[in-house]
Design a protein around this ligand. Structure first.
Ligand code: NAD
Length: 523
């Protein structure tokens, strides 16, 4: 396996990888060079300098994994990677303590006017009375977003004797209780906090979350820190709030445009600006390098990495629960694709019984789609791109849940519609995968070996003729299941046979009088 490390990462990560792969380190590779060389590599590791664009990904014929040694993946075209079935991993945990410490540092620097006091001394002045500060002890800190970083800020702020208010609509009351904090609505946080700090992702929902109206609601002289992402605070409105003296101060580590070359904020004394250094500590860098190197190693060893951005990742406990059903889904998908007669239009999946309660059924759907799509497409289909390949081919995928599993503990029902037919199959896991229904016919078979599905006219003697024909070719019938809807109408025979039924024999059976169709299946 070959890995290219295109940006400077800590050498501990590089050493880890050298144990299992052929590692090429080129911290100054240009975009053009990368496009021409990437075809030889199975993995690429970057920080933020290198842009892993669609052109890079499409040139990476062998590429399996793109690893970003850090949090944000703004420099990776995740959509292009997903389409090509390439995993994108990052190291979101690495910087949590580091960013939290910077946040506390910025809060302290604002409260005690550290950076302007420093500047004043260096310029030869001694202005003791000018730098009257405020204590953090007893003040209220409003934390917006109580994820990895917000939680670390919370722990540190408590040690300073601060009261904490949290606004995060996505965390549960139980989680907040465990951390010993009050979850409040956004307005309550704005109106009651002496200091506010932002730790949410930038999304359409959080873009300009703090603008003119929010500044109006804040306490006089409140201070605000943003070490999350630029664009969450409206910088023009922030400047106005500071200029009119509504706010006591602000600290920004991130900006809407980085660097913020012409921002009026650069002229204000009560503003502290840092150049997006939230994650810049040795410890965070080592941690990120080691983590992504381990992720790449895991992929090379055939495992599933922990932080895949473009695929649902399961914790150990959930994985154990869901894993047996992967095989069932694969068998159902494999069966269905062998029955397809034309363009697939729809795949409708229903998870029944205890499966309906499982989290992340989506991953089971991916196993199923992979089996359906991979045999018919030249592009490789895997668990990462299965959904996007289906979407690009205009195949409608639906997923539903049913509490009733028709007498089984768990059941996956899949209906696949193509230009000509609709096939419905049901499978369950009961110590091993079983197929329990094909269209209207109940059965209970191991999805293994050779099968024939024969559609014929329900007339006396037809079953015998089919059996005889197979016997002539030394095909032994292991089990047979027949069913019909109406007397004398179309009937279906599902045969498990001991030998592979060659194409010529299938054609011969098809030519028998009253036989409509014969579908060989090999599972
Ligand atoms: P996280 O995913 O662990 O936590 C984000 C939290 O925000 C979650 O609890 C979520 O429920 C909450 N949230 C989402 N939308 C919200 C909304 N509209 N209102 C309130 N809460 C909302 O993320 P994290 O690892 O803690 O990172 C937080 C931020 O820090 C991100 O923006 C990340 O990009 C940024 N970050 C910055 C640096 C830096 O160098 N300055 C480094 C690392 C991370």
């Amino acid at each position: 396996m070959k890995v290219i490390i295109a940006d400077q990462i800590n050498e501990k990560g590089i050493k880890n990888l050298e144990e299992v792969a052929d590692v090429v380190v080129d911290f100054s590779i240009t975009q053009e060079e990368l496009i021409s060389k990437i075809k030889d590599f199975d993995a690429i590791i970057v920080r933020s300098r290198t842009k892993v664009t669609r052109a890079v990904i499409e040139a990476g014929e062998k590429l399996k994994i793109i690893a970003r040694a850090g949090v944000g993946v703004d420099n990776v075209d995740v959509e292009a990677a997903t389409e090509r079935g390439v995993m994108v991993v990052n190291a979101p945990e690495s910087a949590s303590i580091t960013v939290a410490e910077l946040t506390i540092g910025l809060i302290l620097a604002l409260a005690r006017k550290i950076s302007i006091a420093d500047k004043s001394v260096k310029e030869g002045r001694w202005e003791k009375s000018k730098f009257m500060g405020t204590e953090l002890n007893g003040k209220t800190l409003g934390i917006i977003g109580l994820g990895r970083i917000g939680t670390q800020v919370l722990k540190r702020a408590k040690a300073f004797g601060m009261s904490i208010l949290v606004y995060d609509p996505y965390i549960t009351k139980e989680a907040a209780k465990e951390l010993g904090v009050d979850i409040v609505d956004f307005q309550t946080l704005l109106k009651n906090s002496d200091i506010m700090t932002i730790h949410v992702p930038l999304s359409p929902e959080t873009k300009y979350l703090i603008s003119k109206d929010q500044f109006k609601m804040m306490k006089e002289n409140a201070i605000i820190v943003n070490a999350a992402r630029g664009g969450i605070i409206n910088e023009d409105d922030l400047y106005e709030a500071l200029k009119i003296g509504k706010l006591g101060g602000a600290a920004l580590d991130v900006f809407e445009k980085e660097p913020p070359e012409v921002s009026p904020l650069l002229t204000l004394d009560n503003v502290i600006l840092t150049p997006h250094i939230g994650a810049s500590t040795k410890e965070a860098q080592i941690d990120a390098a080691v983590r992504v190197a381990n992720e790449v190693k895991t992929v090379f060893e055939g495992g599933t990495p922990k932080n895949v951005i473009n695929m649902p990742v399961l914790d150990k406990e959930t994985l154990q629960k869901v894993k047996p059903h992967f095989k069932v889904a694969e068998k159902l998908g494999n069966f269905l694709i062998q029955t397809a007669k034309g363009n697939i239009k729809e795949v409708n999946i229903t998870y029944c019984g205890e499966l309906a309660e499982f989290p992340k059924q989506d991953i089971i759907t991916r196993f199923l789609l992979k089996e359906i799509l991979d045999p018919i497409l030249t592009e490789p289909v895997n668990l990462i791109n299965a959904h996007s390949v289906a979407k690009n081919r205009g195949i409608i995928i639906t997923e539903g849940k049913r509490s009733d599993a028709k007498g089984h503990k768990n059941l996956i029902k899949v209906g696949m519609q193509d230009d000509e037919t609709e096939m419905i199959i049901e499978g369950t896991f009961n110590e091993e995968p079983r197929i329990v229904k094909i269209n209207d016919y109940k059965l209970n078979i191991k999805p293994k070996g050779n099968m024939l599905i024969v559609k014929y006219k329900d007339l006396p003697g037809t079953i015998g003729t089919i059996g005889t024909k197979l016997g002539e070719h030394n095909i032994n019938i292991a089990t047979m299941q027949v069913g019909r809807k109406d007397l004398g109408g179309e009937a279906v025979m599902i045969l498990k046979v001991d030998q592979n039924v060659l194409k010529d024999i299938v054609e011969e059976v098809k030519r028998l009088k009253y036989v409509y169709d014969v579908i060989p299946i090999n599972l």
